[in-house]
Write a protein that binds this ligand. Structure first.
Ligand code: UDP
Ligand code: MG
Length: 322
């Protein structure tokens, strides 16, 4: 066990997927930050920058191994294939948890302000085990990205998945939190929703988000929608409850329609046309298919969870893990 007086060992965990244009620019910035913090005595000199190559198809892994050869503060692991951002971050955090006292996860594209790390480490030293990096404003994002992201958070919270507003995956976690997080064994992971569930003392640090240094976002609308859907269905069963409510309302409406038809019959009004009936049949068919789809999504999740497949597979390391 490390003594409280010693500065903590920090591992900066950075997922990288096809970032050959970005890594050479941002890697030195991370190293500068690490050295600064170590020079000020805020973190241990044994701190590291841990890159997680998420099955990149370009030169990313090569760049990481070159960096590791040049400076021992850079280390890297490689996933056996592309598993997505969340799994890459988890792989890095789990790799780091036995070797460090704190981790900070951050994207490698320079969008998140690395200067917020000072405040994060300070908050840890004040007793917080989780420090969320929260974007103060998003004016560098396009209006579209900003408004869809806002909708995303609102939808998530409304659906019962507790997430910190405007917080992505830039956060400090203590080794203690990581050890608890390890016991959350789900295969469908959404870290933003899982970490508040772990508990412990937490706080937020605010920063401005800037533009990507180079390369393109890997989160187009399609992936963002997939992440939102993943977030909701991994953390909440509210959609299933909404379906029940919805079904009840539609049934009530149908019942009122029948009453109305019977009354109409006795009042001598003949029912006109079949078009209206066809419309209603189609509408009902559509609603039923939608509901089956949502239920199917949950069943699919159960299926995946029961298989209990590994959440990440590390194929290579730049260092000896034993
Ligand atoms: N990323 C990853 N695996 C993926 C997609 C992205 O590890 O399948 C990494 C990527 O290299 C970056 C971070 O996740 O460091 C965030 O991705 P990106 O910047 O494309 O998303 P955005 O900031 O636009 O939401
Ligand atoms: Mg980005």
């Amino acid at each position: 066990m490390r003594k409280e007086t010693q500065p903590p060992i920090l591992y900066i965990v950075i997922p990288c997927y096809n970032e050959e244009h970005v890594l050479p620019l941002t890697a030195p910035l991370f190293l500068d930050k690490l050295s600064q913090l170590a020079a000020k005595g805020r973190i241990s000199a044994d701190s590291r920058i841990l890159f997680v190559n998420d099955g990149s198809k370009d030169r990313t892994w090569q760049i990481i191994t070159e960096l590791a050869r040049k400076d021992p503060h850079y280390i890297g692991i490689s996933q056996s294939r592309n598993r997505g951002h969340q799994n890459a971050v988890l792989a890095g955090l789990m790799e780091a948890k036995e070797r460090c006292d704190i981790t900070i996860s951050i994207d490698c594209d320079g969008q998140d302000d690395i200067n917020a790390m000072d405040a994060m480490v300070e908050e840890y030293r004040n007793g917080c085990e989780i420090v969320y990096g929260v974007r103060a404003k998003r004016d560098t994002d396009t209006l579209f990205k900003r408004s869809t992201a806002e909708l995303f958070y609102k939808l998530l919270n409304w659906m019962g998945a507790e997430v910190v507003f405007n917080h992505a995956d830039y956060r400090l976690l203590s080794a203690r939190v990581l050890r608890e997080l390890q016991n959350y064994r789900e295969v469908n992971i959404f870290l933003r929703g899982m970490i508040p569930l772990v508990g412990f003392k937490s706080t937020s640090v605010y920063y401005d988000r800037s533009e990507r240094i180079a390369g393109e976002s890997h989160y187009p609308l399609r992936k963002m929608l997939a992440l939102a859907f993943e977030g909701i269905t991994s953390l909440s069963v509210k959609p299933l409850r909404l379906i029940t409510l919805f079904g009840f309302l539609v049934a009530l409406l149908g019942f009122a329609g029948i009453l109305w038809a019977v009354v109409g019959y006795f009042m001598g009004k003949t029912v006109s046309g079949w078009a209206s009936i066809v419309c209603i049949v189609c509408l009902m068919g559509g609603i039923q298919l939608l509901c089956l789809g949502v239920i199917g999504e949950y069943i699919g999740k159960i299926y995946l969870e029961t298989k209990g497949r590994p959440r990440y597979i590390i194929s290579e390391r730049t260092y000896d893990a034993s």
